[in-house]
Structures are given as structure tokens and as C-alpha cells.
Design a protein around this ligand. Sequence first.
Ligand code: PNS
Length: 195
Amino acid sequence: MGSDKSHKDEGTAETAAAVRRRSSPIAVYPGSFDPVTNGHLDIVKRALTMFDTVIVAVLKNPDKKALFPLSERLELLRKSVADLEGAVVDSFSGLLVDYLHHRGAAIIVKGLRAVSDFEYEFQMALMNRKIDSRIETVFLMTSYRYAFLSSSLIKEVAALGGDISGLVPTCVEARLGEKFGARVPDRIPQRIDME
Ligand code: PNS
């Protein structure tokens, strides 16, 4: 009798989990991620509060000159999301909408840092909707701590010996250090008086 009850409970729990999986659509967070920053990770974490599976999809774009080859971008992303349950890293080429079909996904996740991001993102969201009206784009606002961050700025600051700690995952910081050499140790901090 007791074992019957425990089977019943397990069955109920499995069904609930299955229903939750079915009701939470797969989301795709696309980008270049050259390299991944803590701002990107902030968006992945926020997306995981809404979706069980978030596929971080790196665009394979041979025409765009990247600092990190695709394999390295994927490796750094995989290390960075290793502790985030539900986060999956993949790459895609061609139309984003086709990739969503391929993965059975219906949601595109995008991060917004400032109003300046909005116009281009709005344009892309409407174009993707034009291609497939069933696909929705969800915009998530990044933490104010990362609102100024971009992969391009990180690369520029790292190349010039600036401090990028706390702005990128440690594996990315180390890899940028290898690419650009150690930080300039005797940089004189500038004091700016604000009167
Ligand atoms: O990090 P990025 O470079 O701003 O990401 C841009 C990305 C990858 C999201 C965008 O270029 C894209 O979706 N490319 C795939 C090709 C495509 O579907 N283009 C039409 C989009 S409206």
C-alpha cells in the first residue's frame, strides 16, 4: 500500500515537471559574443527565470572579423554558463528564424542596455516577426552595473591595458590577458578634481 502511494506521488511529480517543460517555451539568446561579458551573463540569468531552456546561440559569420574564433567563443561561453542550469550553448548560421525552427524555439531574447539599443533591436524584432509572425522577441533590461558594457569596449580597454576585472568572466579576462599581454603595471592613476 505504502509503495503504491509513493509511486502515485512520483507520478504526479513527473507529470508536473513534464507540464512545466511543455509550457515553458525554449528561448534563444543570439549574438556574436566576441567575447561574452558579464552583461551577457546577466541577461542569460534573467532569461532563465522565465524560460527553462535558454540557448545562447553564437552567430557564425565569416564576413565579420572577430577577435576570438568561433570555437573559442563557444568554449568561453560554455565555461561561463557551466553553473547555470538550463543554459545551452550552440552556434548557428543563416537566418535566426530558421535556427529557431530547427531548435523548436519560439522566443528570441535580447538584452537592452540603453535607449540607444532600442531602435536597431526594434527593427530586427519586427523583421523577424515579418519572417515568422509566431516568433516573439522578449527584451530584458540589463543590470545598471553593466549598462555601459559592450564586447567592443572590453576588447579596446583590454588591448590598451585597462582593468576589465568584474566586467567579464575570469576565463575571458585570462584569455584577453594572453592575447594582449599583461596589464601595464605602472599606469599612473589620474586624479580629476570635479569642482
Ligand atoms: O551580438 P550582435 O552582433 O549584435 O548579434 C546580432 C545577431 C546575431 C543577433 C543578428 O545579426 C542576427 O540575428 N543575425 C542572423 C541573421 C538574420 O537572421 N538576420 C536578420 C535579422 S533581422
